[in-house]
Design a protein around this ligand. Structure first.
Ligand SMILES: [Zn+2]
Length: 417
């Protein structure tokens, strides 16, 4: 059995992370461990990137109590868990997921390889809302491990590979704009056929468990990079700046919400006390400081209980004017099967990226929240459509701006002789 070769029984393996130049971290890094139950021929481990499992106790033969704790408290109830089971004979396990500092939230997803995932069927899953726990019935086989997590895993290495693949296109540049507290690079993609100073900013994954937001970001950005005429016209006119992974330490260590300082990055866009937010802010401001730069749109991809867009209210002035209302009305008409809400407000003291971008640039600044239970196919299709809708509106806004400039010229927009 593969795991037993790696396994060191119940010896604790501590993961060392290079932080020589970084300030002291306030979050105790999760200890990587494998719990080996020899009489059951079962191993349960958290020794892989993105895992979250704090303790594991045997209750009875093939029945276990798994304890999941957050990185620090208080914390939003994004009760992420991820672990792997290896067995020496085909068995059916009963697993009780219990939480300290939170309650069960994410429906279990299973995978034989950590890449292809499916949802655990309802008859094998009981969510005890009174106890805040869940009981899973898991069929494990000898042929491959069984990965169990709160969603499909899209981790640091996956996003790194995705960025590399995009950067194969001549119109995509990749750069490192800083590093996390744990010393991991913060990558930025710059997408554009020209050095157009019309700017769109996109960020994601401030919150580690919000994989569905990453799925939407990927489908959205891939549509911006498509070969079709609309995308080519868009890339001729606009430069898109993408920071797909704001919190690599949290994603790597399976945090529920925070960075290595135990801070919610999406509440730090006012104080900028964290290196991740500070460096990304500086990178965006640097792009926006070039001559003739004109930001048009800011998007921050997340996931929550339901599909939702946090936007400014319609009475809040933005440039381009009325973008958000038109964009979302268009999407609702085109994708009636994708139910979503819109919440329009502006809280300058909230410390969110959305508030900062609106205050800084006066542009539509939108938190794009994907529902935890939204199907992957629908996430992808809607996000690609959202990119198409955005590109059309942005090109129209640019044409309108050029028209308005001509209107205000001495020639009044007519032919100037
Ligand atoms: Zn979030």
């Amino acid at each position: 059995m593969r795991i037993l070769r790696e396994d060191v029984g119940c010896v604790v393996l501590l993961v060392a992370v290079a932080v020589s130049s970084a300030p002291a971290q306030r979050v105790a890094l999760q200890t990587q461990r494998t719990w080996r139950f020899e009489s059951d021929h079962v191993c349960i481990t958290n020794a892989f990137p993105g895992a979250r499992l704090s303790d594991c106790q045997r209750v009875a033969r093939h029945e276990y109590r798994l304890v999941v704790r957050p990185e620090n408290q208080p914390v939003n109830n994004s009760a992420w868990y991820a672990f792997r089971v290896d067995v020496q004979e085909a068995v059916t396990l009963t697993v009780h997921l219990v939480y300290e500092g939170g309650r069960h939230r994410y429906h279990p997803h299973l995978s034989p390889d950590g890449r292809v995932w499916h949802v655990l069927s309802a008859e094998r899953y009981r969510h005890d809302r009174a106890q805040h726990s869940a009981t899973l019935t898991l069929a494990a086989v000898v042929e491959h491990p069984l990965w169990v997590a709160g969603s499909a895993l899209i981790g640091v290495a996956d996003l790194d590979k995705w960025c590399q693949q995009l950067a194969n296109d001549r119109f995509v540049q990749r750069a490192v704009v800083g590093q996390s507290l744990g010393g991991r690079p913060l990558h930025m993609l710059t997408i554009g056929e020209t050095t157009a100073a019309n700017l769109v900013f996109i960020i994601s994954r401030q919150h580690p468990p919000e994989v569905a937001g990453t799925m939407a970001l990927q489908a959205f950005v891939e549509r911006l990079c498509a070969k079709e005429l609309l995308a080519r016209q868009y890339r001729q006119a606009f430069t898109t700046v993408v920071v797909p992974l704001m919190n690599p330490d949290g994603v790597m260590q399976g945090h529920w919400r925070h960075n290595n300082n135990g801070v919610d990055l999406n509440r730090d866009w006012r104080l900028f006390a964290q290196p991740e937010t500070r460096q990304v802010r500086d990178a965006l401001l640097k792009v926006a400081a070039v001559a003739d730069a004109r930001p048009f749109l800011f998007l921050d991809f997340h996931a929550t209980h339901r599909n939702l867009f946090y936007t400014q209210a319609d009475q809040h002035e933005t440039f381009p004017k009325d973008f958000t209302r038109r964009w979302l009305v268009g999407l609702r008409q085109r994708f009636p099967e994708y139910e979503f809400r819109r919440h329009g407000s502006h809280n300058p003291r909230g410390g969110t990226s959305k508030s900062w971008a609106y205050e800084q640039f006066g542009i539509p600044a939108i938190t794009y929240e994907v529902g935890d239970r939204t199907r992957r196919e629908l996430i992808d299709r809607f996000a690609a459509g959202a990119a198409e809708g955005a590109m059309k509106l942005l090109l129209a806004a640019l044409a309108g701006r050029a028209g308005a400039a001509a209107d205000s010229s001495p020639c009044g927009g007519g032919v100037c002789h």
